[in-house]
Write a protein that binds this ligand. Structure first.
Ligand code: 13P
Length: 271
């Protein structure tokens, strides 16, 4: 593929919030490294320069594809940011099967998802562990995307804000306030993930507003104003624009719809 020079394609901040939008592709446990390379090459080909100026686009493949994508991005000067889906809270040692933040930083990773509901639910990660992972990520100069979200039962019984507050609390109480400016919070209602039933924009705006209020109370308005908020859960090309238009929302964390280059390109363009 012809290399296009995209060095000038730095995303512009939103004119109102002054935050840089962030659209993230969470591939979960899908695609081998060859499929990963093919997907980003196609995606890059489908996107226009203005798509990269609208938002930063991070791609979060499984660990096995990180090195391949790092080399592809460099070789073809693709202005995607490399992302990971998890990191250990320890830098090294006898932790069989784990991958540490220093290892990810060495691969040029910019964002690391921590505390995805699948990790909390299937692998027993606690909010305290998630906070330690976020700190380990940030200590290596990367930015954590901290996932929070309520179950349908918690929503039905009106516990949403309480649950989200509890999930965020260890982060807000252990982080140095200044460092919080670099974090991204992804609001992903568990019932909306992979279900085809996204949250309504009204609900996301309401929860987003509550989260901004919580952040302002806990860390002050200057720091809170820097923290980016993503929405995730059954985002597709038909609803992405609505979420991106919300005042509280700065970005999207996309699962299923990021696994196909045509669909994800359409989603990004629709924003
Ligand atoms: P879906 O977009 O497939 O609902 O997944 C959302 C998600 O979990 C992203 O992290």
């Amino acid at each position: 593929m012809m290399s296009r020079k995209y060095d000038d394609l730095v995303p512009s901040p939103d004119p109102v919030s002054h935050r840089v939008r962030l659209i993230s592709a969470n591939w979960k446990m899908n695609l081998n490294h060859l499929e990963a390379i093919a997907l980003v090459q196609k995606l890059y080909h489908l996107l226009r320069p203005e798509d990269f100026r609208y938002a930063e686009i991070s791609i979060h493949p499984p660990f096995t594809s990180l090195r391949s994508l790092q080399l592809s991005f460099e070789a073809d000067r693709m202005p995607f940011t490399l992302g990971a889906q998890n990191a250990a809270d320890e830098p090294s040692g006898a932790f069989t099967g784990e991958v540490s933040a220093p290892m990810l930083a060495k691969l040029g990773v910019g964002y690391v998802i921590v505390g995805h509901s699948e990790r909390r639910r299937l692998f027993g990660e606690t909010s305290e562990e998630v906070a330690r992972k976020a700190i380990a990520v940030q200590a290596m100069g990367m930015r954590p995307i901290i996932c929070i979200g309520e179950t349908s039962e918690q929503r039905r019984t009106d516990q949403t804000v309480q649950v989200l507050t509890e999930q965020l609390d260890p982060v807000l109480s252990t982080y140095p306030v200044k460092a919080l400016e670099g974090i991204v919070i992804a609001y992903e209602p568990i019932w909306a993930i992979g279900s085809g039933e996204s949250a309504s924009p009204e609900l996301v705006e309401e929860v987003g507003g509550s989260l901004r209020q919580l952040l302002t109370e806990r860390v002050g308005s200057a720091t809170a104003a820097q923290i980016r908020l993503q929405y995730g859960g059954s985002v597709h090309p038909g609803n992405a624009h609505e979420f991106m238009s919300l005042e509280a929302i700065d970005g999207l964390l996309v699962g299923g719809a990021s696994l196909d280059a045509d669909t994800f390109a359409l989603l990004v363009k629709s924003c």
